[in-house]
Write a protein that binds this ligand. Structure first.
Ligand code: NAP
Length: 246
């Protein structure tokens, strides 16, 4: 039986998933599966879309990860905690929501964490959007204490407040802002890079380009770096696993 999947978002020109799943289906000889990009202008088009295209599973990306919540029959614990869904399974016409970004991020950084020498490392997260919330949940599960940096939201560090003391209190710094993402590849978060040390771990969720200015500056200070490519693959594979669960 043909099984159809897809990704919704707007716009979707940059989406990684259709290409990833096309290659996967070819490699694994899954000739009965299709995966398409559906750039919808309104989240309320989703139910009709699922019905018209007989979709069994959907990935959700910007700007619908939160807007999709009211349309779901049930969301799993992780998605509830994060407040965002990036994977939907359709079972008997009902929509079940999951968040596989948390899994993806966690899996992608485990090898890196094995290299951290400090017993209780602390993480500084740049940005407070959907990806930041997934990263926060991942660190909560890993028992790693965190703080966030925002351009202005209360309860976070401000970029202008970051200094040597603060930067040296954290071992891991994660960029969850879109700064540095193609085509705007010259930009980077405004942190005082001069205080980075070779014991810092810099993680960027961006995967295009592979080495952002944020990571390049980290390398200049001999930090260990990691981009978002592995996270992307892990979250996609977790979606696949969820869609195929009985
Ligand atoms: N590798 C992966 O698998 C993966 C998965 C998910 C997301 N991502 C990437 O993560 C990034 C963020 O995604 P998202 O869904 O979290 O986006 P989002 O919800 O728009 O949030 C981004 C956050 O970054 C901050 N920000 C936005 N524009 C900024 C600017 N010009 N200067 C400084 N800070 C800015 C904002 O926080 P404040 O307002 O508090 O400053 C905002 O809430 C994107 O590049 C996305 O591609 C990668």
């Amino acid at each position: 039986m043909i099984k159809n999947f897809g990704v919704i978002g707007y716009p979707l020109g940059h989406s990684f998933s259709p290409d990833y799943f096309a290659k996967k289906f070819k490699r694994e000889n899954l000739t009965h599966c299709t995966y398409k990009a559906f750039p919808i202008r309104d989240i309320n088009e989703l139910l009709q879309l699922i019905s018209d295209h007989h979709l069994s599973g959907v990935n959700v990306t910007i700007p619908y990860k939160e807007k999709v919540l009211p349309l779901l029959y049930e969301t799993d614990e992780t998605a509830k905690r994060v407040g965002a869904v990036n994977c939907i399974r359709v079972t008997e016409g009902r929509l079940y929501g999951f968040n596989t970004d948390v899994w993806g991020f966690t899996q992608s950084i485990l090898p890196l964490l094995a290299e951290v020498e400090k017993e209780n490392p602390m993480a500084l997260i740049l940005g407070t959007g959907g990806a930041s919330k997934a990263v926060l949940e991942s660190f909560r599960l890993l028992n790693i204490e965190c703080a966030t940096v925002s351009r202005g939201k209360e309860g976070n560090y401000l970029y202008s407040n970051l200094n040597k003391n603060i930067l040296h209190s954290y071992d891991i710094i994660v960029n969850t802002t879109p700064l540095g993402m193609s085509p705007d590849i010259e930009s980077c978060p405004e942190i005082p890079y001069e205080y980075l040390k070779n014991t810092h771990f810099l993680i960027d969720l961006i995967y295009n380009p592979k080495k952002t200015v944020f990571l390049t500056k980290g390398l200049q200070h001999h930090c260990t770096i990691k981009n978002g490519s592995d996270m992307l693959v892990y979250q996609a594979e977790k979606s696949w696993e969820i869609w195929n669960q009985k």
